[in-house]
Design a protein around this ligand. Structure first.
Ligand code: ADP
Ligand code: GLC
Length: 498
């Protein structure tokens, strides 16, 4: 049975800032079901350590990693059989604030050191030097926080194979040259073909240059990141590694996100039970203080991080026009203040029609997903996107920018047949495109049988992990037989250098 160490900086339901947590909380369980012997490695943040105490976890003997003493605690991912090792190093991870930011909202000054230590521990585990009798065949790394793992493993004989998954190329883990030195990385790595990126140390390049295979979370995004428009300066490297790059669409946890069993929503429902879904809408309108209008006015939701990626500025531009026509909007998000302020002003200007909730609220996100008629995702780019998958499953019609995973999952009536169409897409980036697709969506909304067909099509799609977990498993198997363990800092293209 293939042994895989899955390294991640977020894990639902323990610690989450975005979709990486959802994927880390559900893909390993699906891999386990598919017959992969998978274990997760996660930093020992306070919420994770409190889970360890609840589970009366056992620990391995302490490790010395540089100047730090590290203890590995073994817990189970709640509701699964998947073991999780927590990297308990209080000076690094026992902090209030968020995973990556201090309470004032600035990145922790020592993020490079925190995730370098995390990578060191992964390497010790991966090479059997952490006192475990379980040694992986392969390490599956996720995002920049895991970027140094393939780098260090590449220097070691007999090291396991590595897969690096890009969840978001916009976050690269960039640090200055002093940090590069402080981490004790060899000078030979300060090179544009290795870890240097425009005068900075790039953690993500570690994963992109040194891993055996690169994946990203949708086939569409795998193509896009090879272009200058979406490549964030790394498109050249990604084109260079295109034979080792693939896109595997994220699945969703169909137990957590199931309208027929969801205990967080007002009324549980299945496809076709539109009266029950209407009760969810009524309850959401009441909860958010929006006027009901007999439930006839279209209710449009937005859930997400309030950052440039998510196209909040385009949404802000088009909202007034649709509010005048009677639409209701319910917004849940947290992020940058320059998006929060105009949203707040809009809510004040349109009482009863706009509700905004700032902060992170898992339960409310379920009720919005269940209670809205449509969910809007005007993302500038979207590696996969999970909210559109959740909304499809809850009969809430997505309206999205045709990029990345949104383009792979939302099928517009202009391109898909009546048995397939499940949402609306716009191609040209900007408020005008969004406005046009909202117009088509709202015209469709007034034709109930047609709208219900879109809803039913969305609910019929299978977004469970089964297929994608199988694709990861095939990928693992494809690397393991010919895995060469003596790669010494190969430049682009995997050639050895003297
Ligand atoms: P990203 O990872 O870029 O943030 P995704 O769509 O992949 O985008 O995943 C976002 C996840 O975070 C979803 O599970 C979504 O419901 C959740 N989420 C985002 N913002 C909030 C919020 N303010 N409150 C509750 N859940 C949120
Ligand atoms: C990222 C992306 C999002 C994706 C998620 C999980 O944060 O922005 O599109 O769904 O990771 O892979």
């Amino acid at each position: 049975m293939t042994r895989v160490l899955f390294t991640t900086s977020e894990l639902y339901p323990l610690v989450k800032t975005g979709g990486l947590a959802d994927v880390s909380g559900s893909l390993p369980a699906a891999l386990k079901t598919a017959g992969v012997d998978v274990r997760i490695l996660l930093p020992g943040y306070p919420a994770a350590m409190s889970q360890a105490r609840q589970q009366s976890a056992t620990s391995l003997p302490s490790l010395q990693v540089g100047q730090y003493e590290v203890t590995l605690w073994e817990i189970r991912l709640p509701e699964t059989r998947v073991p999780v090792w927590l990297v308990d190093c209080p000076p690094m991870f026992d902090r209030s604030g968020s995973l990556y930011h201090n309470p004032e909202g600035h990145e922790w000054w020592d993020n490079a050191h925190r995730f370098a230590l995390f990578a060191r521990v992964a390497v010790l585990l991966a090479t059997g030097s952490a006192g475990t009798d379980w040694i992986p065949d392969l390490v599956h790394c996720n995002d920049w926080q895991s970027g140094l793992i393939p780098v260090w493993l590449a220097t070691l004989p007999q090291a396991p194979a590595t897969v690096f998954t890009i969840h978001n190329l916009a976050y690269q883990g960039l640090f200055d040259h002093d940090t590069f030195r402080a981490l004790g990385l060899p000078d030979s790595l300060w090179h544009w073909e290795r870890l240097e990126f425009h005068g900075m140390l790039s953690f993500i390049k570690g994963g992109l240059v040194y891993s055996d295979r690169i994946t990203t979370v949708s086939p569409g995004y795998a193509r896009e990141i090879q272009t200058p428009e979406f490549g964030y300066g790394l498109d050249d490297l990604l084109r260079h590694r295109r034979e080792h790059l693939s896109g595997i669409l994220n699945g969703i946890d169909t137990d957590v996100w199931n309208p027929a069993t969801d205990r967080l929503i007002a009324k549980r429902f299945k496809s076709g039970q539109w009266n029950k879904k209407a009760l969810c809408k009524r309850s959401l309108l009441r909860e958010t203080g929006l006027t009901n209008d007999n439930g006839e006015a279209p209710l449009i939701g937005f859930i997400g991080r309030l950052v440039e990626q998510k196209g909040v500025d385009w949404l802000l531009e088009v909202m007034p026009g649709w509010l005048e026509k009677g639409c209701r909007f319910v917004i849940l998000g947290s992020g940058e203040q320059h998006y929060e302020e105009p949203l707040q002003r809009l809510a004040e200007a349109w009482p009863g029609r706009v509700s905004v909730t700032f902060g992170y609220d898992e339960a409310l996100s379920h009720r919005i997903t269940a209670g809205c008629d449509a969910l809007v995702m005007p993302s500038r780019f979207e590696p996969c996107g999970l909210n559109q998958l959740y909304s499809l499953r809850y009969g809430t019609v997505p309206i999205v920018h045709r990029v990345g995973g949104l383009a792979d999952t939302v099928l517009d009536p202009e391109e898909a047949g009546p048995d397939q169409a499940n949402g609306f897409c716009f191609s040209s980036p900007g408020a005008a495109g969004l406005n046009e697709s909202l117009g088509r969506a709202l015209a469709a909304f007034s034709d109930k049988p047609y709208w219900q067909r879109l809803q039913a099509n969305g609910m019929a799609r299978d977004f469970s992990w089964t297929r994608s977990a199988r694709d990861y498993q095939l990928l693992y198997q494809s690397i393991l037989p010919d895995h060469v363990s003596d790669r010494l800092y190969p430049p682009y293209g995997g050639k050895h250098h003297a």
